[in-house]
Design a binder for this molecule. Structure first.
Ligand code: 4FV
Length: 247
């Protein structure tokens, strides 16, 4: 997968995209990442990339020329395989399904805003617009990093065990089950016996039921969308009966 990021602060990406799994994936050639400073494409003598808004108001607006010149220089805007993603609070809220869809693409570009935001005409040059959540940040850099991290971990070869993300929260549409490791007893808190039994089918059932329980208690909205089967419906009924007993 080829990734290009357009930002005024390329140095922000060195750490997150150079270390851990993403750094290793780049070394292995699974991912290629280029960060472009669109200030380099400003044609005025002060290298300015923003200006006051027409119509007045607070804040500065990113001008279209530097960004569009950078996109034209670095991308083939007619390439149907090229996704160009604008980061902004006005975009679709990014989620695991979007990560899964975008992980199938060959070429991703991310356009990171700053200041008050973008000149509206920039939107004519992008293919998608995403927000990472309903809050306002100082720039689109952190949202781009969040999306790149979440997308790239789904690219084959980036994570060793594929099943390790197939059981991730949200991947199956539920929150993840509780995890335990050594010691068996930590300050009086024991690991659930079932996990020490070696009985894989019982462990699978326990984990699925605990995923359902955690999702019901913390994110019931996810259960509305979940594609139940006979087993999960039975488990949910058991959970609700157990919860009723404790009330
Ligand atoms: C944002 C978000 C976000 C708005 C003004 C950058 C900032 C500044 N981007 N998800 N939430 N962007 O807050 O994506 O230009």
């Amino acid at each position: 997968m080829e990734i290009k990021v357009f930002s005024l602060f390329p140095e922000m990406f060195t750490g997150p995209l150079g270390s851990s799994l993403l750094g290793k994936a780049r070394e292995k050639g699974i991912l290629s990442v280029e960060v472009i400073n669109f200030r380099d494409y400003s044609t005025n003598k002060h290298k300015a990339v923003d200006d006051y808004p027409f119509g007045g108001g607070a804040g500065m607006v990113l001008q279209p020329e530097p960004i569009v010149s950078a996109l034209r220089d670095k991308l083939d805007l007619n390439d149907a395989e090229q996704e160009i993603i604008l980061l902004s609070p006005q975009g679709k809220v990014f989620d695991q399904e979007a990560a899964r869809q975008l992980s199938q693409k060959k070429k991703l570009a991310f356009v990171c805003g700053h200041y008050e935001g973008f000149d509206e005409r920039i939107r004519s040059f992008v293919t998608q617009e995403y927000s990472i959540g309903d809050y306002v940040l100082t720039g689109g850099e952190l949202p781009a990093m969040v999306m790149i991290d979440s997308i790239c971990r789904l690219v084959p070869g980036v994570i060793k065990e594929q099943e390790s993300y197939e059981e991730d929260s949200f991947y199956q549409g539920l929150l993840e089950y509780p995890h335990y490791t050594r010691p068996q007893n930590f300050e009086g808190m024991e690991v659930p016996e079932i996990l020490l039994s070696g009985h894989h089918e019982n462990i699978r059932r326990w984990r699925r039921k605990e995923s359902l329980r955690r999702t019901l208690l913390r994110r019931p909205d996810l259960l509305q969308k979940y594609e139940h089967d006979k087993e999960s419906l039975k488990m949910l009924a058991e959970i609700e009966a157990e919860l009723a007993e404790t009330e």
